[in-house]
Design a protein around this ligand. Sequence first.
Ligand code: SAH
Length: 470
Amino acid sequence: MKYMPLFMNLDQQPCLVVGGGPIAARKTELLLKASAKVNCVALDFADRFQQLLQQYPGHLNLVNEAFGDSQIDHQRLVVAATDDSQLNKNIAKLCRSQGIPCNTVSDGQSGDFIFPAIIDRSPVIAAVSSGGEAPVLTRLLRGKIESVIPSAFGHLASLASHFRQEVKRRSPNIASRRKFWETTLTGTVAEQVFIGNTEIAEKIFAKALAQAEKGQEKGEVYLVGAGPGDPDLLTFKALRLMQQADVVLYDALVSQPILDLVKRDAELIYVGKRKKDHAVPQQDINQLLIDHAKLGKRVLRLKGGDPFIFGRGGEEIEGLMEEGLEFQVVPGITAANGCAAYSGIPLTHRDYSQSVRFITGHLKDGSTDLPWQEFVYPAQTLVFYMGLGGLKTICEKLVEAGRAVSTPVALIQKGTTPQQRVITSDLANMPEMAIKEKIQAPTLIVIGDVVQLHEKLSWFSPDQIKPTED
Ligand code: SAH
């Protein structure tokens, strides 16, 4: 992060703008909107300044002279917006020597601070910046945000502010208070405010508050599938709940870009299980979910892929059910779907495969517990999860049971992420190739004639990371 976004109180603060052109006028107007007292220094002023003088009486002072060093004295902020880039640089240097933040407009924006693109729904303000590097993108993004934040959003914030102390008094528990706010500010109350029915909104709000005060709020659990890695593959619901949860228990398979989308002040608890390294035993995870929910928190159990596919989701909600706790299950894109799509290997195909099986490759006692005979029929795709360690056994057992040694096999490592790797071979040669290519977990094994299509249909080109020599 090159620039730290901060919101600064400039109310009645002296600010200096050097320059009298249209850019200087725009910066001046922004400062005036923030109730600053603005001095503008220039030899010539664009017409816009006259309008600003009338619009903000007593706040704007136009100084019709050349810039002099002493003008920066006692200023809270300086904007160097002349058309002389050397002068702008000199002003910036001078300001820095005196510890005054300066924005310069030469060669795009630079200096100690930059002006973001602003979405003003006062008292709610959103600011967007690309650090001065892609102003067009920033403006496009602002347009998008403008379109999703209703213009009356500020009224909702005012209503919240009006009731804030009362809610605090009547609902002293922080977690239940937050839940109350989130429920009311996203439901009917908000809708009424947006269509201008503030009075009705206030009535509904008061009723909701009385109810919340009476009832002992219970927490709830969201069992959410985070998909295979690419954050764009999250569902809307997953994202919404991620931004509401107070506590998040997550697995090793949940990628960092996805975790970055969790509400910032949520408590993050890693309960990951990597092979042989059981960070938190399953029983303890189940208990953690129950304990946090009983404290009235909204607990998000974030799991790689889909929670009900080799995800022990069933075990986790069983405990919640027994305790009478509320929960929701949100499906995610399972590794098989994600890896198939991102490697160009359709799991079924009219010419090659009429069915697909998701199989655990985590072989207990060698391999005895899988029905190998059922996997022999050629027009079916086999997808092994957790199968990298048992790859050799899997390939051998399939051949032993009668599947052709030439059956194509694909290994997809870290599917859907920028580190995705796909290698293809056949049942006879894949075990050796996987070792040679240093394939690592998480990897999915896809077996069947559909794998041939990879060469033709592959479209996703991640930044290939070559295996490191060690
Ligand atoms: N619930 C998860 C599966 C958990 S089991 C889901 O629905 O996807 C863990 C196994 O999933 C790993 O051993 C690996 O085989 C597979 N896996 C998960 N994410 C993967 C990814 N991004 N790329 C390849 N395989 C993945």
